[in-house]
Design a binder for this molecule. Structure first.
Ligand code: CP3
Length: 342
């Protein structure tokens, strides 16, 4: 019996969509907060293989999701390449910045990343031993553009301004960074797969701030290279791409990259995505995360709407973006019961 997530990724239309949730291991869960306190801070948790595996398993035990996603962060790769990384409580990530050729020259490449990332691969090995046989393990990395926005600015930015500015002022340097990240992402994901990840997902959270040809060059093209290279190394490996807020650029994204599944955020309706994106292959999404905070009738109605809209093709139920710390764990249960009870 093949796992439901793998069946959907292979293009099968299932009577009930398999379900998991972005950021399902996170601060909305009291057991996550307790383990995180035990680890110290967020990065210590990411690099503590036993505890990172523990928080990955918590939402599986509580809810029986069909997939677990490795607990780590997209910014571990820049750290492994040599950037300084730390998290400021209540504010988010901080990194040493890459704005000149001299900064870029401090970055490493190739096998050296594994010195830092080995604990992540160990988390994957523990998970493959401990997950229930029906649960699929998803590995992930950030997409080059999204990771570059943090490396260039040294932090999260509302409009990715510093990264767009570097692209305009020093395009060769910007492109060298995108290329370095593309190459290292393949190395990073390859080790996750060797350790036991069954699917990989590429998070391009800031895809929506690229337009026109630049979207094609810096969002679609790196996703295509990573997908093709991973499939060449690991024949049959399913890939999920998440070009968040891509809008019209969601159309044709499966074909342009070779991804088996495209994750859809909640800025488009499920009816639109079913008509224009699901025709290309499996889709994942796209319930608004806010329903996990507000709950009630609207949660039930919108959950049913998403399931209904995507019911004629392969679909993995998920949120349009990560669940937020203020979400109510009971609303997550209500969402799952609604999906599985339809
Ligand atoms: O989905 C999952 O649960 C898997 C693990 C995962 C995390 N981050 C754990 C995490 C994944 C896939 C990510 C991806 C990630 N990290 C993205 C892309 C996806 C997205 O959400 O758009 C980005 C942009 C980051 C960088 C990052 N990490 C930010 C901006 C923050 C927020 C800081 C904050 O305080 O909210 C993080 C921290 C982070 N990554 C948390 C978790 C569970 C919260 C950390 C905590 O416990 O305080």
């Amino acid at each position: 019996m093949t796992k439901t997530i793998l069946r959907a990724l292979a293009g099968e239309t299932l009577p009930t969509p398999p379900i998991w949730m972005m950021r399902q291991a996170g601060r909305y869960l009291p057991e996550y907060r307790a383990t995180r306190a035990e680890a110290g801070d967020f990065l210590s948790l990411c690099y503590n293989s036993e505890l990172a595996a523990e928080v990955t398993l918590q939402p599986i035990r509580r809810y029986g999701f069909d997939a677990a996603i490795l607990f780590a962060d997209i910014l571990l790769l820049p750290q492994a390449l040599g950037a300084d990384l730390w998290f400021v409580t209540g504010e988010g990530p901080r990194l040493s910045t890459i704005t000149s050729q001299a900064d870029f020259d401090t970055l490493g490449r190739g096998e050296m990343i594994h010195d830092t990332l080995n604990p992540v691969y160990e988390t994957v090995r523990i998970l493959r031993r401990e997950l229930p046989p029906e649960t699929t393990l998803i590995g992930f990395a950030g997409a080059p553009w999204t990771v570059a926005t943090y490396m260039i600015a040294g932090r999260g930015t509302p409009d990715q301004g510093p990264a767009h500015a570097l692209k305009a002022e020093n395009r060769p340097l910007f492109e060298a960074l995108i290329d370095r990240l593309t190459e290292s992402t393949v190395d990073y994901l390859s080790e996750q797969v060797k350790a036991g990840a069954e699917v990989v997902k590429i998070f391009d959270s800031w895809a929506g701030s690229m337009q026109g040809d630049e979207f094609d060059r810096y969002v679609t093209e790196p996703a295509r290279i990573i997908t093709q290279e991973m499939k060449a190394r690991f024949p049959g490996l399913p890939v999920i791409a998440f070009p968040r807020q891509a809008g019209d650029k969601y159309i044709g994204f499966h074909a342009a990259t070779g991804a088996d599944c495209v994750a859809i955020d909640d800025s488009v309706t499920p009816e639109w995505a079913a008509e224009h994106v699901q025709t290309g292959g499996c889709v994942q999404g796209n319930l608004a995360s806010l329903h996990m905070v507000t709950g009630g009738r609207a949660l039930v109605d919108e959950t049913r709407r998403v399931v209904q809209a995507f019911s004629k093709g392969p679909h993995i139920f998920n949120l349009g973006h990560g669940i937020t710390p203020d979400a109510d764990p009971e609303n997550v249960q209500l969402m799952i019961d609604t999906v599985r009870g339809m």
